[in-house]
Design a protein around this ligand. Structure first.
Ligand code: ADP
Ligand code: MG
Length: 177
């Protein structure tokens, strides 16, 4: 039996983590064995839990490098990964081999950085996925459908952890204001 890869992507505050938690909880209800990983650099809310902006949460394992996913996912049925944009490119082959070995792999991550450029391994993960779901936030300027993460704070580095203090969801027009 083969597995498959699902990607949940979108801007900040679009509900990626909410959707990931929803899918993983439903797998748990079906008595499937679930393992959940997030990059160790993302400890904004909690060291071990994955927490969404509406405060739903699920226990996860923080890891430094994508190869730890292979070592730690053992005999589980479903592998969940949040904030996948922060991982190294090695995550692409790891997702492939997990799926090849019969696992359902659900990956959530930012498809674009604050400049509107593709973020880390996300484009490659979307290319190999069987299923892609793009979720959307609400533009904080005009209320339209938001596709972009606008950085309010100063700083030009691609990775700058922050929340509503540093970022807001914006539609295409308001992103370029
Ligand atoms: P993501 O993982 O994509 O950043 P989360 O699942 O953590 O998103 O959070 C989604 C929640 O964020 C929404 O249910 C809502 O409560 C909150 N939220 C805050 N700002 C916005 C916004 N501009 N548009 C939509 N939801 C927002
Ligand atoms: Mg999230």
């Amino acid at each position: 039996k083969t597995g498959w890869i699902e990607v949940v992507c979108g801007s900040m505050f679009s509900g990626k983590t909410e959707e990931l938690i929803r899918r993983l909880n439903r797998a748990k209800i079906a008595k499937q064995k679930v393992e959940i990983f997030k990059p160790a650099i993302d400890i904004r809310y909690h060291h071990e839990d994955i927490v969404s902006h509406n405060s739903s949460s699920i226990r996860s394992t923080p890891i430094q490098s994508s190869h730890e996913i292979l070592l730690l996912s053992g005999d589980c049925d479903v592998v969940g990964i949040d904030e996948a944009q922060f991982f190294d490119e090695g995550i692409v082959e790891i997702a492939n081999s997990l799926a090849f070995n019969g696992k359902r792999v659900i990956i959530a991550g930012l498809d674009m950085d604050f400049q509107g450029n593709p973020f880390g391994p996300m484009p490659a993960l979307m290319a190999i996925a069987e299923y892609i779901t793009k979720v959307h936030a609400v533009c904080m300027v005009c209320g339209d459908v938001a596709n972009y993460s606008y950085r309010k704070a100063a700083g030009k580095e691609q990775v700058m952890l922050g929340e509503t203090d540093s970022y807001e969801a914006r539609c295409r027009k308001c992103f370029h204001l």
